[in-house]
Design a protein around this ligand. Structure first.
Ligand code: C5P
Length: 235
């Protein structure tokens, strides 16, 4: 079933405090229904705040990129499932993915695997002891994630087409690095417009600074949802 355009936009609350996040959520109002909470906010009171968002009817993506021994990952996933989050990221290591997939059980939590961090290139992988290129390792880990019952992948919009061929249509693709036409790319190296990302086959679009740093965040979010709506009609 097609996902509603407004739900396909996930706003990254990369903000230093719960107070700043509360004020942003209240400015965005009904224009946004899905928020991502990452390290910065999670470690500054963001987890109780995530519960409040869920109680208020919003969906939450906890971007905590878990990776530890299986038992520890499993217990962490159980706690996140109880919190009521919609998405949680884990690193795409087989032990970690298996433990997370088993622990999620019948909850509504959907697990997203991070294949290779986008800040890594082939030289970084070699320095970390891998004998694979980034392209090879992304493809291998995507296939493992699919086989282990992981629900989706975090990927760049540029990877969406090739990953679809590996994982098929059952898995959800979630894409950061989105910039509306004419927006500053900030530190993102591989950016795509919302329309191009939708055309490339991504399901959810993660957008931070183009919304939270905008003079009018609500207008910025509404413009992106309008662009998603239009692009989805052409797919
Ligand atoms: O501000 P911006 O739109 O660039 O924010 C993108 C968000 O997506 C940030 O929270 C960033 O940590 C996250 N992200 C990313 N690239 C990845 C994985 C996550 O930009 N490969």
């Amino acid at each position: 079933m097609a996902i509603d355009a407004r739900e396909r936009l996930i706003v990254a609350l990369d903000l230093p405090s719960v107070q700043a996040a509360e004020s942003m959520v209240s400015r965005l109002g009904d224009s946004v229904s899905f928020y991502k909470v990452g390290y910065q906010l999670a470690f500054a009171g963001g987890l109780p705040f995530a519960s409040q968002l869920i109680a208020a009817g919003k969906q939450v993506f906890l971007d905590l990129k878990l990776h530890d021994i299986g038992n520890t990952v499993a217990k962490g996933v159980e706690s996140v499932a109880r919190l009521g989050a919609t998405f949680l990221t884990v690193h795409a290591y087989p032990q970690t993915m298996k433990a997370a997939a088993d622990a999620r059980g019948a909850s509504n939590l959907r697990l997203l695997a991070v294949t290779v961090l986008t800040s890594y290139d082939d030289a970084d992988l070699a320095a970390a002891g891998y004998d694979f290129t980034v392209t090879e390792l992304v493809a291998e880990r995507a296939a493992q994630a699919r086989d282990m019952g992981i629900d989706g992948l975090v990927c760049s919009a540029a990877e969406a087409g090739s990953l679809r061929k590996i994982v098929g249509h059952r898995m959800t693709l979630v894409t950061p690095g989105i910039r509306p036409p004419g927006a500053d790319s900030d530190d993102q190296k591989r950016i795509m417009t919302p329309a191009a990302a939708v055309a490339a086959g991504t399901d959810y679009l993660v957008v931070g600074r183009p919304i939270v740093d905008a003079a009018d965040p609500k207008a910025a979010a509404q413009a992106i949802v309008a662009e998603i709506t239009q692009a989805a009609q052409k797919v």
